[in-house]
Design a protein around this ligand. Structure first.
Ligand code: TYM
Length: 330
């Protein structure tokens, strides 16, 4: 890896197959940005523990996400691709940073509020301190830029606040990271309920690994409105606007261009075109994924190499932090 390039860190939870939202909000941008940055892409398995999971399923989802990263085109020889749990400095730094994060600021996190409402039987402290672990992921690597979807903006802010707070007390220790939130795909909404973001648990999500026929059916069933004209108006036409967003994020055309393209079209033709661009975009990824997923040895060798490289980098920042705060080093 060249040293003069800026550093990217980003991650995704292995909690079921990623959706089109994950793809357009994050993965597609990672793929584009890998050429210009030194990148670390992590399967953030420790974050997935905040919700109770079957061990077997977690293992499978982690392996599957690793395969998907590579199927997407993330190059393991150019980037560091690893499981978060294989680099112990993430949890070590997280404990330290917990002592610099305030209960008040964690309490304000929208995702915490949403998740505690959804999993009211299991509001564990991991769910609460989740953003601190995320801050540790980012700050350990002196990250310049974090490509994420809109829903992670608040978590990025807290990572920045913790870095600034720590630097103010102990002197320059952490790089203060910037977020990169793309335009069109930053918030992909559900197809049945376009007022809510598309999420893995929603039954109206398109999964990256969905069969082309399933994708087309889901798009055809997407909720629209009775206006019968295609144009962008998120408040009054959330369903159509969401699909214009998806079309724009995949094709790279602006929303205006997309609206013009479908100006005279009916909803049926528009949906067909949206379904087709999604299918064409995902087909090569699915093909590559199917080749990779059975090759566990290969996937494990990439993860091992990634963990070793990540540990080397993480150790430097972690050591620096220990020194600054007065922990004895032998
Ligand atoms: P996670 O696993 O929920 O989602 C992974 C990425 O997908 C984006 N995303 C979306 N983008 C657009 N539209 C949607 N409907 C949509 N749903 C999800 C998310 O914004 C995210 O970029 N806390 C993080 C994982 C994480 C992380 C990190 C990310 C842990 N440590 C350090 C960056 C840096 C999360 O739960 O993402």
């Amino acid at each position: 890896m060249e040293n003069n390039k800026k550093i990217i860190f980003s991650g995704m939870q292995p909690s079921g197959t990623p959706t089109l939202g994950n793809y357009l909000g994050a993965l597609k941008n990672w793929n584009i940005m890998q050429k210009d940055y030194r990148c670390l892409f992590s399967v953030v398995d420790l974050h997935a523990l905040t919700v109770r999971r079957e061990p077997k399923e977690l293992r499978q989802a982690s392996l599957s996400l690793m395969a998907l990263y590579i199927a997407l085109g993330l190059d393991p020889s150019e980037n560091i691709i690893f499981y978060q749990s294989q680099v112990p400095q993430h949890t070590q730094l997280s404990w330290i940073l917990n002592c610099y994060a305030y209960v008040g600021e964690l309490n304000r996190m929208t995702q915490y509020k949403e998740k505690s409402a959804k999993h009211s039987e299991n509001i564990n402290s991991g769910l609460f301190t989740y953003p601190v672990l995320m801050a540790s992921d980012i700050l350990l690597y002196q990250t310049d830029c974090v490509p994420v979807g809109e829903d992670q903006r608040q978590h990025l802010e807290i990572a920045r606040d913790i870095a600034i707070r720590f630097n103010n007390i102990y002197g320059e220790t952490f790089k203060v990271p910037e977020s990169y939130i793309g335009k069109a795909g930053a918030r992909v909404m559900g197809l049945q309920d376009p007022e809510k973001k598309m999420s893995k648990s929603g039954d109206d999500a398109i999964s990256i690994l969905d069969d082309p026929k399933v994708i087309m059916n889901k798009v055809k069933r997407a909720v629209t409105d009775s206006d019968a004209r295609v144009y962008y108006d998120p408040s009054n036409k959330p369903g159509i606007s969401n699909m214009l967003n998806i079309y724009s994020a995949i094709t790279g055309k602006s929303i205006e261009e997309c609206s013009e393209e479908f100006a005279g079209a009916g909803y049926g033709d528009f949906k067909k075109a949206v379904g087709e661009v999604i299918i064409n975009e995902l087909e090569p990824v699915q093909k590559k994924y199917n080749e990779l997923i059975s090759n566990k040895d290969y996937l494990n060798s990439i993860a091992k190499e990634g963990a070793e490289k990540a540990q080397n980098l993480a150790f430097r920042t972690y050591n620096k932090v220990c020194k600054k705060i007065g922990l004895i080093q032998i």
